[in-house]
Design a protein. Sequence first.
Length: 202
Amino acid sequence: MDNKMLLEGPGFAIVRTYTAETLVPYFPAERPDGEMNYGWFDIRDRPELVTTIPEARKSNGLANILRVIAQPASKLMSGGCECHAFDNGSAPDRPRWQVGGYVTTMFKDSDANTNEKAFFDLACYILHGIVPTDAHHIGFEMIIEPLKSFFGRTDCLALAVKPLGYGPDETSAWAAFNHAATAMAESIQRARHESERIPLMP
């Protein structure tokens, strides 16, 4: 079994996958398509370092998620991140352009990363805190996934938070994605200030 749907609704899904695809830390490497994976950037407690992450320079929204997670008061940290635009062609049942991205998120406390329910609760809270919009076509996926390694531990999980933006052209899809990502960042920020409602949050 590779994936299990835990919760879904209009524009969102929380999925549990059992396939480990990432680790922390990881090192720079060239991808098979010739693109560069720049490796893990340690920005824990140092949100000002977000600008040093090449992937974050593609999107202000993605950078906003990383900055909120990296705040000194946060018990969260980031692993990998990426965002990219996709041309879906002329299929009549979906927008022409989609921009997708993710930030892999976990707790700084390695023991906390073994608690699947904590990740599910966190995913639910983030989704609940996102303000709806009629100005953009957006969506969200939250994927609870095993890590290959977390500083040498092999029993840890992570939450990949994935904002999505859609539009008839690439520009509007990017605008929708940045809105979705920023809405997600704002919800994570609120979670830090209402921590009694989320296990293990500060």
